[in-house]
Design a protein around this ligand. Structure first.
Ligand SMILES: C=CC1=C(C)c2cc3[nH]c(cc4nc(cc5[nH]c(cc1n2)c(C)c5CCC(=O)O)C(CCC(=O)O)=C4C)c(C)c3C=C
Ligand SMILES: [Fe+2]
Ligand SMILES: [Fe+2]
Length: 327
């Protein structure tokens, strides 16, 4: 043990594996690949709970044919040399965590698409892994994300992995996010407002007990305290609404024009619910919402990248995983 109570690398068993699990992403920015990805994702009952007789025809006959082509163009706008940003950054993050934990195997898996959680866990079992820790890359717990990872993990026989539920107030993670905001301010100056934008969720799920919104609020409070912010310096919004139902509010895309009309000239925007950059940050926030803000009279919406494979992020996740391995 270190003086700080964090288990040191030599207290960790050699047959241990850490699996970083992210949402998943299409394997090409094409309508066909996006359709396959969305079909698997949106047929998960944790994500859309409507009865299958109603949802399946709607999804396959209406939503996927229309949405896949439109969304493929968005993916194409942010696609990287190594693939989808979410895939590239997740791979790099797993490599950075592995560097910090040379005595265990660190791998990554995707809830939807490849490499699948099931396939990765089965390989670990065949390879003789004794202890497996699954770290979903969702700082805030939701039934739609973390619980869905838990569902598939439990389906793999012969392993009893420890699944980390959330790390929304982990001090190392909070410091890493705060430091990334400080670094952005040091490089670009400080905007008039700081917006924390999180992926949204149907309000119904929160009413039914999903702790996601409360954890987003707690994350923002902790990061704001670390930065010494006053209440008027920042606000929390929710993005990426899907469907007609009421989602968590205020919505990012509706709040930005209001701020512009109220005379806010420059906004710094950060997305601490996303461990790595993806379509929802690079396209929806940094391209689409930046335009929405400018069109409403704002000067600049300056996007602060996700932590991705930053050393402070890998340090924080390695410490979280080590604690889970030894508790
Ligand atoms: C009912 C629909 C959706 C719920 C509920 C939902 C929750 C949710 N999602 C994330 C993280 C990500 N979502 C991403 C993309 C994305 N999300 C939905 C729908 C719901 N998400 C869709 C349909 C899509 C695909 C894009 C689109 O068609 O608009 C991504 C990015 C994936 C990528 O490839 O880059 C992430 C990450 C969280 C954290 C969350 C609940 C808290
Ligand atoms: Fe989503
Ligand atoms: Fe989106």
């Amino acid at each position: 043990m270190s003086a700080a109570g964090i288990p040191s690398s030599d207290t960790v068993a050699a047959d241990t594996a850490i699996v970083l699990v992210n949402l998943g992403t299409p394997d090409a920015p094409t309508p066909g690949a996006v359709r396959r990805y969305l079909a698997e994702f949106l047929m998960d009952r944790r994500v859309v709970a409507l009865p299958r007789w109603l949802w399946a025809p709607l999804l396959f006959c209406v939503i996927l044919p229309l949405r896949s082509t439109r969304v493929a163009k968005k993916y194409a706008a942010v696609w990287m040399d190594g693939g989808s940003p979410l895939a590239v950054h997740t791979r790099r993050l797993a490599a950075a965590v592995q560097q910090r934990m040379p005595q265990v195997r660190v791998v990554h898996a995707m809830r939807y698409g490849q490499p699948s959680v099931q396939q990765v866990l089965e390989e670990l079992r065949r390879g003789g892994a004794g202890r497996v820790v699954v770290l979903p890359l969702y700082p805030q717990y939701s039934t739609t994300t973390t619980a869905s990872v838990d569902d598939v993990v439990r389906r793999v026989p012969g392993l009893a992995p420890r699944v980390i539920e959330d790390y929304h107030r982990d001090p190392g993670w909070v410091r890493a996010v705060a430091d990334s905001i400080r670094a952005h301010w040091a490089a670009q100056g400080r905007g008039d407002k700081l917006v924390f934008s999180f992926h949204g969720l149907p309000q119904r799920l929160v009413d039914q007990g999903d702790p996601y919104a409360a954890q987003c609020e707690a994350s923002v409070a902790a990061i704001a305290a670390e930065l010494g912010l006053r209440a008027e310096d920042f606000l929390l919004t929710y993005q990426s609404r899907f469907g007609k139902e009421r989602w968590l509010e205020p919505a990012t895309a509706l709040t930005l024009p209001v701020l512009a009309r109220d005379g806010v000239r420059t906004i710094d925007i950060v997305c601490p619910g996303f461990a790595v950059d993806c379509l929802e940050t690079l396209e929806e926030i940094a391209i689409e919402n930046a335009k929405i803000f400018r069109d409403a009279g704002g000067e600049a919406l300056r996007y602060i990248p996700c932590l991705n494979d930053a050393p402070a992020h890998a340090d924080a996740l390695a410490a979280i995983a080590r604690r889970a391995m030894t508790s």
